[in-house]
Write a protein that binds this ligand. Structure first.
Ligand code: NAP
Length: 254
């Protein structure tokens, strides 16, 4: 019997990158998967990959920044699979990067609504369902930008610092209820988002700057985030809650 057989995991931002890799990692351990994101084609590709490895999955088209859509997402999860055990609240955007004084109110609202409000809304609707099963585990995806400042990423940094604080407070609220809530802080991981930031060009200025920031000498892979997320949800991490796990190739220890 696989470790997560009979369990249900909800992954926001499962249409690509870290979310897709984590959905597959949960599925490998036998969990049924709910993918929540906006792009239909890419999300259905993730669903097909999960089915190929022998598990079950559905896609619920969701804009994570809208309460009514997040409520619908959790309702669809329960209507389809009858329970919710794990959630990886991963959906996020980098928005428009640049000096803070040049930022617009609409870019602020866009980033904060998805990266911070989206995580709050997700937990708001996920937790009551987990309580019905006597517990569960949630991992929220933040970033090294939730731990340190990065010039030209001010709104993104604010959103990700916010997720760490939110995670700690909600973890305390649920500590005796059997729901463990942690966050992860990845360094630069090779995904669409990373390539939008550093460019695909080998000699891009940003690529060299970010590479130098990773003492391990390379960028991370989505699977190197997926495995710690699955571990944090497993019984092997049963005494860990409210923690921010840094997975950054040494970025923040310099
Ligand atoms: N890559 C990195 O270097 C890095 C480092 C640290 C942290 N992170 C964090 O990791 C998370 C995943 O990013 P990624 O690197 O895997 O990039 P990605 O491939 O661009 O994935 C972002 C995911 O978020 C989803 N998403 C964005 N806005 C959404 C919304 N309003 N509602 C629902 N889903 C939404 C996207 O799906 P749709 O477009 O289909 O909606 C997509 O699945 C983000 O929170 C990011 O901040 C990334």
């Amino acid at each position: 019997m696989k470790e997560f057989e009979g369990k249900v995991a909800l992954i926001t931002g499962g249409s690509s990158g870290i979310g897709r890799a984590t959905a597959l990692a949960f599925a490998q351990k036998g969990a049924k998967i709910v993918i929540a994101s906006r792009r239909e084609k890419e999300s259905q590709e993730t669903v097909a990959m999960i089915k190929e490895i022998g598990s079950e999955a559905i896609f619920v088209k969701t804009n994570i920044s809208q309460a009514i859509e997040v409520e619908n997402l959790v309702n669809q999860t329960i209507n389809t699979y009858g329970r919710l055990d794990y959630a990886f609240n991963n959906a996020g955007v980098e928005g428009i990067l640049g000096p803070s004084i040049e930022q617009t109110e609409s870019n602020w609202n866009h980033i904060i609504d998805i990266n911070l409000k989206g995580v709050w809304l997700s937990m708001k609707y996920q937790i009551p369902e987990m309580l019905k099963n006597g517990g569960g585990a949630i991992v929220n995806n933040t970033s090294v930008a939730g731990l340190i400042g990065i010039a030209n990423f001010s709104i993104y940094c604010a959103s990700k610092h916010g997720v760490i604080g939110l995670t700690k407070a909600v973890a305390l609220e649920q500590a005796t209820a059997g729901i463990r809530i942690n966050s992860i802080c990845p360094g630069l991981i090779q995904t669409d988002m990373a390539y939008r930031i550093i460019g695909k060009d080998d000699d891009s200025k940003f690529k060299a700057q970010f590479m130098a920031a990773h003492p391990i000498g390379r960028f991370g892979k989505s699977e190197e985030i997926a495995n710690p997320v699955v571990w944090l949800c497993s019984d092997a991490a049963s005494f860990i809650t409210g923690h921010s796990l840094t997975i950054d190739g040494g970025y923040t220890v310099q």
